[in-house]
Write a protein that binds this ligand. Structure first.
Ligand SMILES: CC(=O)SCCNC(=O)CCNC(=O)[C@H](O)C(C)(C)COP(=O)(O)OP(=O)(O)OC[C@H]1O[C@@H](n2cnc3c(N)ncnc32)[C@H](O)[C@@H]1OP(=O)(O)O
Length: 429
């Protein structure tokens, strides 16, 4: 028996003590019943449009279910993503999704059995990362997932905040049908992916997600709008925003709001033109954007950042499934030559000392097992947090989660693991 198949059979036997529970891969014909169980687990009743999209995007051969007799009672899926890491490489990453257990079957180890089986499969497929967004952040640390990216939400008081339009007149704004403009927007999205860690390369079909706009989810807003920022000279697309507006008329006059879904740009002038446009729509009071990178240039473009009324929330959790591969696949902002002592109870093949060395941001890194004395000791969860460069090892050490074993090692590691661009997950999955 391999280490993984041993682990999987131990996951199966952890269920064996409970009724007639069995864990196996989904069959395509079972999708509806499986998804119905997940909807009950989430207490949700999704729109038919959203459900149809998730069905189309489901990778059935990566979807696990737990059955009580012939009734699905839990599940977990995965997408075969490629995610940008510091330095611009796109690394295979299992996007863990659709995790749920019926209320009748909770707190008896079903989730743990699913996570065991799934991480062994991810390891066998050679994906060195698994990533997820959590319904509740307290769930996944026990399986080695660390919080690696944050998102910034803003609720802008439009009357108090201005963004200057770029002066050179290079940018031309044009309203476009979101579906018709999608291929050009997707090309721009693809250009931006390697530049920001955490961004996901589009898999076929995923271009439908940013256009998903079921009437039942609009809450009084217009259908999705799309404004393009083009180079006035040659028409090259340099940015776009997708948004909707909701008009509201009160005693004091119009007080509508703008819901910004995305603002992406490859040139600063395009970005400022788009934000100036969004913050200057007549008859609106408030502009809400729920998911911006924490270093979004908007923070520096606005006349009064306090009036952004910003809010920080957790976004992407990262799990290093194969520590050596993951660490040698990213670049490091500063030279580094360190031995890390990694503890990983859930994926014990990662436990041990790893020699990481890289000569600077342009150079490839090496990372091999070693018997040499360790400079820094940390659990795999904290390594996942620091991996994309958005969470500092020094901050984790200040929280008592990383231990410096050689003086100076923490500063060296923190500088190397950091990255000039904050990691960001553009959409949930
Ligand atoms: C990537 C995603 O899809 S995120 C979506 C997650 N799903 C949901 O939130 C839907 C609603 N909740 C559920 O379906 C279930 O409660 C789940 C999936 C969160 C947990 O399933 P269960 O089968 O009850 O978990 P299981 O019994 O294996 O518990 C494992 C451990 O996690 C802990 N745990 C379970 N749920 C939670 C929670 N919501 N918050 C904190 N800890 C939790 C358990 O206490 C247990 O701890 P222990 O190992 O110290 O004993």
């Amino acid at each position: 028996m391999t280490q993984s198949s041993e682990a999987r059979s131990s996951a199966a036997s952890s269920l064996a003590g409970h009724d007639a529970l069995s864990l196996r891969t989904l069959k395509a014909a079972e999708w509806d019943a499986w998804y119905d169980a997940l909807e009950v687990a989430f207490g949700e009743d999704e729109s038919p449009e959203r459900r149809a999209l998730w069905q189309a995007l489901t990778e059935v051969d990566r979807s696990l279910g737990v059955w009580d007799g012939d009734m699905p009672v839990g599940g977990a899926g995965a997408y075969s993503f490629r995610m940008a890491v510091p330095g611009g490489a796109l690394l295979p990453a299992a996007g863990v999704t659709m995790v749920g257990v019926l209320p009748t079957h909770r707190r008896r180890g079903v989730l743990t059995a699913l996570m065991r089986h799934q991480l062994d499969e991810v390891h066998e497929r050679g994906e060195s990362l698994a990533v997820l967004t959590a319904s509740e952040p307290a769930i996944y640390g026990r399986y080695g997932y660390g919080l690696a990216t944050w998102k910034l939400g803003v609720t802008v008081e439009r009357s108090r905040v201005r963004v200057e339009r770029p002066e050179d007149g290079r940018i031309r704004l044009r309203l476009a049908d979101p579906a018709a403009a999608s291929p050009a927007c997707e090309r721009l999205y693809g250009e931006l992916v390697p530049r920001r860690p955490g961004m996901l390369a589009r898999l076929p079909g995923w271009e439908r997600l940013p256009l998903l706009d079921p009437p039942s989810e609009r809450e009084g807003h217009t259908p999705l709008q799309c404004v393009l920022a083009e180079d006035g000279a040659d028409g090259t697309l340099l940015g776009f925003a997708r948004y909707s507006t909701r008009m509201s008329w009160g005693h004091a006059g119009p007080s509508g709001d703008v819901r910004v879904r995305e603002v992406l740009a490859s040139a600063p002038e395009a970005r400022s033109a788009l934000w100036a446009y969004l913050l200057d729509l007549d008859l609106t009071d408030t502009v809400v954007a729920a998911n911006l990178p924490v270093d979004d240039p908007l923070l520096h473009l606005v006349s009064d950042p306090r009036r952004l009324r910003s809010q920080l929330s957790d976004a992407l959790f990262v799990r290093l499934v194969e520590v050596g591969d993951a660490l040698r696949s990213r670049h490091y902002a500063a030279p580094v030559d360190l031995v890390l002592e990694v503890a990983d109870e859930f994926c014990p093949w990662n436990t041990g000392r790893w020699h990481l060395h890289a000569a600077g941001p342009e150079k490839p890194a090496a990372c091999e097992p070693t018997e040499a004395p360790a400079d820094l000791a940390l659990p795999v969860r904290e390594l996942g947090s620091a991996y994309l460069g958005g969470v500092s090892l020094a901050a984790l050490a200040a929280a008592g989660l990383v231990r410096e074993l050689r003086p100076g090692a923490l500063a060296e590691a923190s500088a190397a693991f950091g990255w000039p661009v904050a990691p960001w997950l553009p959409h949930n999955f």
